[in-house]
Design a protein around this ligand. Sequence first.
Ligand code: ZN
Length: 115
Amino acid sequence: MSEGARLAEAGPRVRPPESAQGPVEGPVRTCVGCRARGHRSTLLRVVVADEGDHVAVVDRMRTRPGRGAWLHDDLKCLELAERRRAFTRALRTEALDTSRLRGEVERGGAAGSRS
Ligand SMILES: [Zn+2]
């Protein structure tokens, strides 16, 4: 809930101005939290860590097989998604531990993926 974690680089451009000019270029995904659409690169891909292990983690390489849920790198979106059980629906799992995911988002989920 603190605004302090906002990323200077990746934060502000999650909302495209108007989509009247045709389709957005590149792959677009819908955030499971706020339901806004954004370019793939502005969203985190969330997957279940292992089969049978109901722990949600960020798929940093975006290459994990199986189902993924897309989420803005924003605690508000994470909380929205939790409240409406969007992860369990998107990932087809009955229970999901999002504490580890939350930790990653709090630290700035995308920040560590630059190499
Ligand atoms: Zn969102």
